[in-house]
Design a protein around this ligand. Sequence first.
Ligand SMILES: [Zn+2]
Length: 330
Amino acid sequence: MLLFSQIHGQQRQLEALRRAIDSGKLANAYLFSGPAGVGKATTALAFAAALNCEQAPGRGCGACGPCEKLAGGHHPDLLTLVAEKQFIVVDQVRALEQRLAFPPHEARYRLVLIDGADRLNPSAANALLKAVEEPRPGTLFVLVSAVVHRVMPTLISRCQRLHFAPLPREAVESALERALPDHDPERRAVAASVCEGSPGRAFGLLEGDGLAAAQATLDQLMSAASGSRAADIFAAAQEAGRDKAHIAQVLDLLRIRLRDLLLAQAGLEGRLAGSSQADKVAERARALGLPRIRSQLRAVQEAEEALFGNVNASLLLENLALRLREEGLR
Ligand SMILES: [Zn+2]
């Protein structure tokens, strides 16, 4: 997926980029913010194609030399910086600077994509500042982040910011229908409602039936956590394994489950993800009470933030389940 026209939603953001290309008023650096899986990095690639396309300048054709190289991930003037371990470190920025000292190989516009700008550690972010401030002509930076409050403020201030919002549930559902027409419609609907407006997350849930596996892990964990034996929680968390993508989906489902309790508390049963069980959800919400629902939701969000740091995923799940058990499960 490489063209502006293939990106789901985000019309205002795409229009801003098209206008910038058409008018020649390009910023040195852009910051694409917004939740994971809503198309930020994909848009950065489409932006590079639109900037360099030979057939449809400003739009991208998907078929000319530059478009093909970008789609295949081997364009020499698309430079990508991502965290190799926990952080993007200063050595990576220095290596980038060395490449930027030379003119682009062949592109009209060289694009530097920093995917996960919140993971630049302070010295890397400082080293990057100067490059972003005074880029060589024809070099553009696109910083992408789902956690903007962790991006260094001086770096943010050098960027033109575009915020990518979550998509409405119906928009995700129709995106899934277009992309996966043979998939079970009911599963598509569930994925669309639990993905929080993120088509990327929804695709992740449907691929390889991750949704069913995540649901099974969650059921097992919740049943262990509502029992009396801590050893059962330990066993369930161990069995969940250390695959962080899988654990992230389990946390997704748990967060949705708690969010449904909040909605039920507020009398908004019509908006539940699991709308077929509205009565049960309302009953659980009453039994648990608002303060505990909020506190559990916070615990899940904290676990989600910690997950992609340097933690043992099954230990994280175990601690979370123990905490939920302490507060009382319903
Ligand atoms: Zn093209």
